[in-house]
Ligand binder design. Structure first.
Ligand SMILES: Nc1ncnc2c1ncn2[C@@H]1O[C@H](COP(=O)(O)OP(=O)(O)OP(=O)(O)O)[C@@H](O)[C@H]1O
Ligand SMILES: [Mg+2]
Length: 393
């Protein structure tokens, strides 16, 4: 089983690269699905498929070639299938607060439901071994970071909040009914959450297992795009995910010699050099700007050849470890690989067995193992690109 995320800023070429990789993997004989994690799907467009001719199966899974499927989720269908009781409660709640019924139903589709639905599919495919390869065409960076934070957040919610909430609701419900019109969630709602969580079990481990899952960041040789790629690398690292390649897309080829493009070519060269430094030792794969847009099977195949040349696209191109616990002189240290951040950017907060690491506006709860949970003092030191968290007893 192999899972690869294709992530990056809006418009850099994520969908094209994910689709191109899918073609290569399928041709090598692996049963491959390319899934869109973006609600604004463009997978079938990039394959230039005529949607009316697509033979749609359940969950919008479409076979397009031998060994190759694409999947573009329909959130309405997912809500009916996975979120029935949860959605029902939320829309009733919104409706009683005075909202129009249709609007309440629409608003009860919470951010995160699409992402969790996708995780459910991924987990099912892993459990049933339906596919050998799952390729994930991500939404632009911000949203895909929310996606990868969901398993940890849910785990935290289930461990810390869910049981308390359920118990409180059980006791307060009879009283609340007499005092207010606002309905408290019933047992159905809690059962549905528990059932969902059960079906998600294990997906968090799959996503951080570098033998199975890696992330490829797509970027372009431009200042703002590169900045965002660096940030993405840091956040994916924070979530323990392994980045195994950087794909530098849209490079003007040497054959472009018109003076009009002279400055563009020079600045691209500079940024490519800078990027090699930034991301080293993660390998950087250069890809030229094509003559026209990448569209349809043949140009996707040409794109795949440029990216991977004669390499196996499923190979893990880099296998560094972003997170590790070590013990030095009897004391524990947590080493977090956080490239590109200064010391002032990191804030630590330890509450009982949780360590909260803040990087800018992002936050991560780390459930500490027993050995360090009892520690009273936590200090952080930046050593190269590792944040080393020292636990004193
Ligand atoms: N190397 C390339 N040469 C020429 N055109 C390209 C190249 N890579 C991508 N494109 C074109 O750029 C456009 C955007 O590509 P794509 O849809 O893959 O980007 P994306 O990162 O998925 O965008 P979004 O963030 O909107 O999902 C498409 O029209 C695609 O055909
Ligand atoms: Mg896309």
């Amino acid at each position: 089983m192999r899972i690869i995320f294709f992530a990056g800023k809006g418009g850099v070429g994520k969908t094209s690269v994910a689709a191109a990789t899918g073609i290569k993997a399928a041709e090598a004989g692996h049963r491959t699905v390319v899934m869109s994690l973006d609600v604004a799907h463009s997978l079938s467009d990039i394959f230039d498929l005529n949607k009316s001719l697509i033979d749609e199966e359940r969950g919008n899974l479409t076979k397009i070639r031998k060994n190759l499927w694409i999947q573009e989720l329909d959130i309405q269908e997912e809500i009916e299938k996975n979120w029935g009781d949860i959605h029902k409660y939320l829309s009733t709640l919104l409706n009683t607060t005075g909202l129009d019924e249709i609007l309440a139903e629409e608003l009860a589709i919470l951010p995160g439901m699409t992402e969790v639905s996708l995780l459910l599919h991924i987990n099912r495919y892993v459990r049933t071994k339906k596919f050998d390869v799952i390729l994930l065409d991500c939404a632009p960076t911000g949203e895909s970071l929310r996606f990868i934070s969901i398993p940890t957040t849910l785990d935290w919610y289930m461990k810390k909040i869910f049981k308390v909430e359920r118990t409180i609701a059980r006791y307060v419900r009879p009283l609340a009914k007499r005092l207010s019109d606002v309905p408290l969630p019933g047992e159905d709602y809690f059962d549905a959450i528990e059932f969902l969580f059960e079906r998600l079990r294990g997906v968090d481990e799959i996503l951080v297992d570098p033998e199975i899952t890696t992330v490829r960041l797509i970027t372009n040789p431009e200042k703002i795009v590169l900045k965002e790629t660096q940030r993405a690398l840091m956040y994916f690292s924070l979530y323990k995910m392994s980045i195994d390649a950087i794909i530098m897309n849209r490079i003007l080829p040497d054959s472009v010699s018109e003076t009009y493009f002279k400055d563009w070519k020079k600045s691209q060269k500079d940024y490519i050099k800078k990027a090699e430094n930034y991301f080293s030792p993660i390998p950087l794969f250069p890809v030229n700007l094509f003559r026209g847009e990448v569209l349809g099977f043949d140009s996707l195949k040409a794109l795949a050849d440029q990216i991977y040349r004669d390499r196996n696209p499923l190979e893990r191109f880099y296998d560094g470890e972003p997170y590790s616990f070590v013990k030095v002189n009897g004391k524990y240290q947590l080493r977090v690989k956080l490239p590109f951040i200064g010391k002032g950017d990191v804030e630590l907060n330890k509450i009982s067995d949780e360590l909260i690491i803040r990087v800018g506006s992002f936050k991560r709860h780390v459930m500490l193992p027993r050995q360090v949970a009892a520690s009273n003092s936590v200090k952080a030191k930046l050593e190269g690109e590792y944040l080393s968290v020292h636990f004193e007893s």
